[in-house]
Design a protein around this ligand. Structure first.
Ligand code: KIV
Ligand code: ZN
Length: 387
């Protein structure tokens, strides 16, 4: 039996905090509908107290989508919670996400407080949010750098106060995978009422560990992951939805599944990239331009014999029609022949050898060769010029 891993998408909250990525309400609704089609369980729609525009977006998203839970972020402040509850009034299923910093940095230098007072404020905020909604998620900000024993006390207290989900953010992206996994394991083993709530990962990518940390958390007992499309988010970003979802889908050894319709992944990635004006790096896992492109001769030959020689995911599974066999000066005869066959050529071995020698000269000059270049190579230039 595999456990369900809940997908909490925060593209519209943590992702949208990135400078230059702000969306208007219409655009946010478009993203929210795409996330619904993708099958996410929770959409974190915004931080309603932060601005009238963000408040209105949460209201409109709650009206526009019905399957996912709609979540609104607050600080552990009553005014924030009142405003979030108001913004969620049209949500079929609303969740308030409240919390406070639990690391020594946050307790002392951000909140000018002490551990006991923070624990009280955390409990008070959860109880206050429970007056509005059944589903209350608590975040222990900077949990990545918080003392585990203190964190366990806070988690136990907020679960007793009614929190249904406990978010353990590695806010600064500091943890290494073994360390973050051990933190989740510690909470699973030392919080007596932990079975009454779901532990959630929320990892940032400052050391490039966000996906690895999230998976390590999941392997150690977390059952919700907080993610964004394309991994966008503060600084180096958040855990990317597509990476976690495809890791779980690809690794049959993990006794987990998600409800994500993976064929919608690529479309969602393109939409978020274009609306947020955030290009996706070419070598980004799963959704980058080169994620399913093969350019060296050895790989091309292998992949043409059997896709699985060099691909662990069928691109169709993530909504990409097919892998690309890119033609460069590193390509081999098999790749050239593959493209020429697709153009209708059926060359003998000698003809292919001859075309390949001319191809290498051309490829050295032109980097990536297109079908137009191949037509020229095969002497169709004049015909092409006429059309
Ligand atoms: O990174 C973080 O700690 C957050 C919280 C507000 C959940 O985004
Ligand atoms: Zn965050």
């Amino acid at each position: 039996m595999s456990d369900k891993l809940f997908i909490f998408d925060t593209t519209l909250r943590d992702g949208e905090q990135v400078p230059g990525c702000q969306l208007n309400t219409i655009e946010k609704i478009e993203v929210a509908k795409t996330l619904e089609a993708l099958g996410v369980d929770v959409i974190e729609a915004g931080f309603p107290v932060s601005s009238p525009g963000d408040f209105q977006s949460v209201v409109e998203i709650a009206k526009a989508v019905s399957n996912p839970t709609i979540c609104a972020l607050t600080r552990a402040v009553e005014k924030d919670i009142d405003v979030a509850a108001e913004a969620l009034k049209f949500a079929k299923r609303g969740r308030i996400h409240t919390g406070i910093g639990t690391s020594p940095y946050h307790i002392k230098s951000k909140l000018n407080s002490n551990p006991e007072e923070i624990l009280e404020r955390a409990v008070r905020a959860v109880k206050y949010a429970k007056r509005y909604v059944e589903d209350v998620e608590f975040y222990a900000e900077d949990a990545g750098r918080s003392d585990n024993a203190y964190l366990a006390r806070v988690v136990e207290a907020v679960i007793a106060a009614g929190a249904t989900v406990i978010n353990i953010p590695d806010t600064t992206g500091y943890c290494l995978p073994a360390e973050y996994g051990a933190k989740i394991k510690y909470l699973m083993e030392n919080v007596s009422n932990v079975h009454k709530a779901v532990l959630s990962t929320h990892c940032h990518n400052d050391l490039g560990m966000a996906t690895a940390n999230s998976l390590s958390g999941v392997i150690n007992g977390a059952r919700q992951v907080e993610v964004t499309i394309n991994g966008i988010g503060e600084r180096a970003g958040n855990t990317s939805l597509e990476e976690v979802v495809m890791a779980v889908k690809t690794h049959h050894d993990l006794p987990l599944h998600t409800d994500i319709n993976t064929k919608e992944i690529y479309g969602a990635s393109r939409l978020v990239s274009s609306l947020m004006n955030m290009p996706v790096q070419a070598n980004k896992a799963i959704v980058g331009r080169n994620a399913f492109a093969h350019s060296s001769g050895i790989h091309q030959d292998g992949v043409l014999k059997n896709r699985e020689n060099y691909e662990i995911i069928d691109p169709v599974e993530v909504g990409i029609q097919e892998s690309a066999i890119v033609l460069t000066a590193r390509s081999g005869r098999a790749a050239l022949n593959h493209h020429l066959e697709q153009m209708g050529y059926n060359l003998s071995k000698e003809e292919l050898d001859d075309a390949y020698s001319r191809f290498l000269v051309m490829a050295d000059q032109r980097k990536n060769l297109s079908e137009k270049d191949l037509a020229e190579l095969m002497g169709e230039k004049e015909n092409l010029d006429k059309t």
